[in-house]
Design a protein around this ligand. Structure first.
Ligand SMILES: [Zn+2]
Length: 195
């Protein structure tokens, strides 16, 4: 048989090339397993003061607590699917009133630098506030997505739960704030409803 031998032809064609630079893991755009998407505040919430949602805009979520109506509806559908998959979603923070956010902020931040590295700062009431060592970041009062009922903190201390959320939460419109695990804003437990 006189079959063509493309392999040989290809080999002939392949001229010596400069060796390719080894792929740097830092340069390669890391396909993060953590889904993130920018949150745009729904128009229905745009005139509403953060942390002061009227109760008619809030709905209960199945793991206890409340969120903005459409977010609660999406969450409850996700909760049901998780339950079917043998995953128990546990709420560790849902809608937060302004007062609750203020209390949390003062617990976590101080006006003096406690030496945290890398330092995380917020500006509030005309002052710089420094995140205390060992504390998780939180938004300044009046700025949190919890105050709009758009965020829920879930217990992700079990890897199985976190993996399930990373894979399935976007189907229900829930995302993390950032996919970058090195960012101080990375919070694997904070899921916000982007839709
Ligand atoms: Zn949160």
């Amino acid at each position: 048989m006189n079959a063509k031998r493309p392999a040989k032809k290809a080999a002939k064609k392949a001229a010596p090339q400069a060796p390719q630079a080894p792929q740097s893991p830092e340069k390669a755009p890391a396909a993060s397993k953590y889904p993130s998407k920018r949150l745009i505040v729904p128009s229905a919430l745009q005139g509403v003061e953060n942390g002061k949602l009227p109760s008619k805009l809030l709905r209960p979520v199945k793991c206890g607590g409340q969120m903005y109506g459409p977010a609660a509806e999406a969450f409850n559908a996700m909760y049901d699917q998780a339950t079917i998959s043998g995953i128990k979603l546990r709420n560790i923070g849902d809608y937060r009133s302004y007062e609750a956010q203020l209390g949390l902020f003062k617990q976590r931040y101080a006006t003096e630098d406690g030496g945290r590295k890398p330092q995380v700062t917020r500006t509030w009431n005309g002052k710089t506030w420094y995140l205390k060592p060992g504390m998780s970041p939180s938004s300044t009062p009046g700025k949190s997505n919890h105050g709009l009922g758009l965020a829920i903190d879930l217990d992700v201390t079990t890897q199985k739960v976190l993996d399930w959320l990373c894979k399935n939460a976007p189907t229900y419109g829930f995302y993390l704030q950032t996919s970058d695990t090195k960012s101080p804003e990375f919070e694997a437990w904070h899921w916000q409803y982007v839709g």
